[in-house]
Each structure stands twice: as C-alpha cells, then as structure tokens.
Design a protein around this ligand. Sequence first.
Ligand code: HEC
Length: 472
Amino acid sequence: MTGRAFVGWQVISAGVVTLALAAPAQAAEAKTPTFSKDVAPIFQSKCQKCHQPNSIAPMSLITFQESRPWARAIKERVMTRQMPPWHINQSVGVQKFQNDMSLTPDQIDTIVRWVDGGSPQGDPKDLPKPVALLTNNEWQGVMDGFGPPDLVIRSSEYTMPAQHQDVWYRPMSEIPLTEPRWIRMVEIRPTNLQARKILHHSVAYQVLNPDNVQAINTGIQDSRSLSPTQLTADDAVNRRPMLMEWAIGKGYDRYMEQTGKLVMPGEKISWDQHIHAVGEEIAGGSELGLWFYPQGQAPKKRSYLVGFTGIKSRGKDGPYLDIPPNMIAHSEGFTVLKEHTLITNFQPHFHLRGKAMLVEAILPDGQTQVVSHVDNFNFNWMTNYIYAEDAIPAFPKGTIIHVTAWYDNTKANKNNPDPDQWVGYGDRTVDEMAHAWMNVVYLSDAEYQDWLSRHGGKPGVPNVPRQTTQQQ
Ligand code: HEC
C-alpha cells in the first residue's frame, strides 16, 4: 500500500516538475549564448593567441570541437579570473593598462551562461572569420601588433637533464651594432616552445661601452644598505644595467613614450638564466628581441629597470625570509626614491609559494597610496602590467616604495611541491624571493612641477577610470 502510493507520487511529481518548468526553460534557452555566435568572438580576442597549436597553452580553443571538452574548466578559470592570466586587483591602484587582456564582466557572464546552458554550438554560419595562426613560439610583441623586432640576440642553449639541481646558465652574446640605437621595447623569449618549461627566468645584463655610463641607475637607495657608500647585493643588481628581466608568463617591456635605453657598438649581453629540471630532457636558452626608435631619433629620457625588494635583510647577512610549513607568511621591503620618479609598469616576481604582492608608496608627508596589487598570484604567470600613459604615477624624491609579499606554503597552493617543508630565501625555484620589477623614469624639479600642474597638484596615481584596451 505504502509502496504503491510512493510510486504514484513520484510519477505525479515528476510530471508536475516538468510542467512547472516548461515555460521558463524555453525562455532561458532562447537566451543561452552559443559558441558560434557569442563565445567564439571572445575566445578569438582574449584566448586564442595562447590557446592555439603553435602557442604556449596546453590546448587549442579555436573550434567548437576543441573547446567543448574544456567547458567546465573554462567556466572555473574565467570566474576566478585565473584566465586570461591577468591577476591584478581591479579596485585599487593603477587601473588602466596598455596590455590589458582581462575579460569584461559581460564577457565572463556570456561564457558562464554558455557553459550553464549546456555549451551549445549554435549555427556554424554565425562563426566569426578565423584569425591567422601564429608561427611557432611567436613573440608576444608580434601577437599584440608591434611587428617583428628590429634585432634579435640569441644565447647558446643549455641541455637540462630530466632530473638535476637548478642551474644558472650565464653565457655572453655580442650585440652586432655599428651605431648607437635607442630601444623602444624589449622582449625575451625562450629559444623554443619546449624550453618554456625549463626556463624560470632570464635576465639580459648590458656589458657597457664606457661612453654609456648613464645606463647605470643611481636613483634609488635600498633600505638594506648599511650606509650610502656600502652597497648590498640588491643595490648592486639594481645599478647593473639590465636590458630586460623575463620570467615565466611575462611578455615584453614597452617603455613610456619618449623614454628608452641606449645600446652602443661594442656592447655585449651577459645572460643570467635560471633553468630547472622538469622530468624530461630539454635544451633551451633565451632570445632578446629589440624594437628600436627610428634611426637618428633619441627619446628625451632614460628608462631604468628596478627590482623593488619585498624582503628586509639582516644587515650583511643579506635577505632573510622565514616561511613555516603549512602556513601563510608575509614579508616587507622598503626602498627610498632619491629622485622624482615615474613608475611605468609592475611585474611581481616570486617562486612557487608566491601568493600576493602589494606595492604602496609612502609619500614624504606620510600619505600612503596603493600603486598596484596582485592578489591572485600564480607561479606560472609573472604577468607584466604596463600602465597606460595617462595612468602613470609620479612620486616626489624621498617617497618610500613599500612592497608587501605574501606566501602560501599550504596545500591549498596548487604549485606547492611540499607544504611540509620550511622555506627560506634563495635562488632555487624551491626557495623563495619577492620583488616588484618596475621600469622607472626620473624627473628634474622643473619636470616634476610641470607634471604636478597637469595633475591637479596631486602626486601619485592619477585618477583615470579603468578601461581595457583590447575589448572586442
Ligand atoms: C597569455 C596566454 C593565455 C591566454 C591569453 C589565455 N590562456 Fe588559458 N592557459 C594558458 C596556459 C599557458 C595554460 C597552462 C598553464 C596554466 O594553467 O596556467 C592555460 C590554462 C588554461 C586552462 C586550464 C587547462 C587545464 O589543463 O585544466 C583553461 C580552462 C584556460 N586556460 C582557458 C582560457 C580561456 C577561456 C582564455 C580566454 C578567455 C584563456 N585561457 C586565455 C595561456 C593563456
């Protein structure tokens, strides 16, 4: 008796449920975005430069057939703003960039509704015209429309065995120039796609022609210097002229308009490439692409690359970091600006436990401003956030750049190889470090006053609204 009643209730209730939902389900279906019409244009503009056969991502997102199996993962990655890899906090600090690849809230909404609606293909006739495929291992600068570099300088390759300790590979390369040239933009890339797995970072130091001493940066004072005449290791690094620092996930450095770096005949590149083993033998090195100002054209100012530290030191013992097992930890560093300074970009640098980095400016009057905050850091993505020209902040001489770095040494961090290890400061990928790579330009008193007069007398981050430059 009870059994039969139960069965009957199920039947009836199933019928009721179906009837009750029929009308709204049809309405929702009409609105469900389709791959062909709504999603493919977003993938074209925001995903495909990496998600295609010749690029760096693990799968292609060009056709419906290729994309459909990834629907759930796509929804998860776009909702958490892990993909596209643009991890900067969108409510504090500089909010307008030259190379913003993030999705707009509308685009996220479209993708999420497509997945929730069963990821339909729609009518293939609605598909946008396909974009041309890249050549293998393409420069980010080419993908973003700046054309091929004017000069490419290549390092020799190192063959990393499947299992090995980290290696710092430091060959030299000639710069084949017969006349001085000013650089507008630089990019480093691994010499081949496979090498992207083993190359953690690569720095191209400039071995100077003695006539190019102005390439040495004297405009910052690291808080760890024991006295102004005694340089710490970091101070020395920041004075050593660098053409570029590249790390996994980074694209190019494009300098502020009318600024750049000078390269002269007879100069060399001294490479510092950090290579780690990944379980298969891979050979790789680095290539430096240089985009020049037109021949004979000199920009007004030098641009200097600074690694603002996120870690204090214990005097001459150097940087000190203490990250206990299974804990979130943090560290801080302070650097004094000795000149009026424009900051033109932000690129956080960490190793595997990196979680978040906040750059603040403490102005001479005590006021504190957020410059940039990456609150969602992922080891695979040392993304370079290049400020839009009208969003570049200026700080007066005496301002302190305060970098706070957080580390996640718990198992919640998917990149953590072993949460039970204590982690300290060091150069290996399993050790930690934290700095904010930023290109700076120094202003004279008159130039700084002029900048202030154009910004309502207020130093720091200009108040310009957020805007993505690569919206579809
Ligand atoms: C700058 C290059 C780049 C862009 C732009 C990009 N991706 Fe990715 N994506 C990658 C790389 C490299 C990986 C693998 C490393 C990782 O997981 O971070 C990846 C991983 C993923 C994954 C996880 C795959 C897995 O193995 O689970 C998904 C899903 C994804 N991307 C979706 C997207 C979508 C959707 C877009 C555009 C809205 C996008 N990506 C834009 C480079 C990119």
